[in-house]
Write a new protein. Structure first.
Length: 268
């Protein structure tokens, strides 16, 4: 199974161990700045079943992980008591020092891009023990704790969040939002697909989606049910992990084990 977390314009991220605390007392990197141009009109979930992703309006709670000038993978804000938790794929969260890892919600634009809501410092990463020991696809998810911005605001209070759902069945209708690599997405804007997903026959603990356009860079993309538009993302039931081609992607269902990892992130 391929994994889609290869970094473009940065170093590839490697296998992960649960970490936390490095740079914990540092504030988020930059205060949110106004956008340089109006965002696209909101785009609601598409009717019917898509077979290929389409360009999406900015979803403020979805963005990219940033290391220096480069960015990798997709991540999204998940509702939490302190409003400071984001979700991504476990394989996206190591390989660079924690003190350089940031989250850029609503990112867009070629070259270095724009950061309409700033960059939010990641201060702790939580993964399942089974990922640490075996890199099992079934637990390829991570929950990250981010620091407040320079004004003391939580990321969720600024950009919103999806609600985590633990134990959803594998047969779902989902909307998936992610950032493909620059070669396939020169404007560095998110793409979206709304389609039906089912249990992966090759990986029983996983869901499978058949929708083209989810290239390298889309690891960590949220799988959302009940999506009603950029300001109403609905419930997150998993994150994109891998697949066999760009049009066949998989995600591990969030379950009781995922909830345990999430709860560690809420108190980190």
């Amino acid at each position: 199974m391929r994994r889609l977390g290869v970094v473009f314009r940065a170093v590839a991220l490697a296998a992960v161990v649960a970490v936390g605390g490095a740079g914990c007392d540092r504030p988020a990197a930059s205060e949110p700045q106004p956008e340089s141009s109006p965002s696209a009109a909101p785009q609601a979930a598409q009717p019917g079943t898509q077979t290929s992703a389409v360009p999406a309006a900015k979803v403020a709670s979805v963005g990219v992980l940033v290391n220096g000038d480069g960015h990798s993978c997709t991540a999204s804000v998940v509702d939490s008591p302190r409003g400071n938790v984001i979700a991504t794929a476990a394989h996206c969260t190591a390989g660079e020092p924690l003190d350089s890892l940031e989250f850029a919600p609503g990112f867009s634009g070629a070259a270095k891009g724009t950061y309409p809501y700033g960059k939010w410092k990641v201060r702790a990463v939580q993964v399942d023990d089974e990922w640490t020991s075996e890199q099992s696809d079934a637990v390829d998810y991570a929950f990250l704790t981010v620091a407040p911005d320079a004004r003391g605001r939580s990321v969720q209070s600024v950009v919103g969040a999806s609600t985590p759902e633990w134990g959803a069945g594998p047969d779902q209708r989902v909307t998936v939002v992610g950032y493909p690599e620059e070669n396939h997405n020169p404007d560095n804007r998110p793409v979206m697909c709304t389609t039906d997903v089912h249990r992966d026959p090759d990986e029983p603990a996983m869901m499978r989606m058949e929708c083209g356009g989810f290239w390298v860079g889309t690891s960590g993309s949220p799988w959302l049910t009940g999506y009603r538009g950029p300001d109403q993302p609905g419930r997150i039931i998993g994150v994109l992990s891998g697949g066999d081609t760009d049009d066949q992607s998989t995600a591990a269902l969030f379950d009781a084990k995922a909830r345990s990892v999430y709860e560690r992130a809420t108190t980190a």
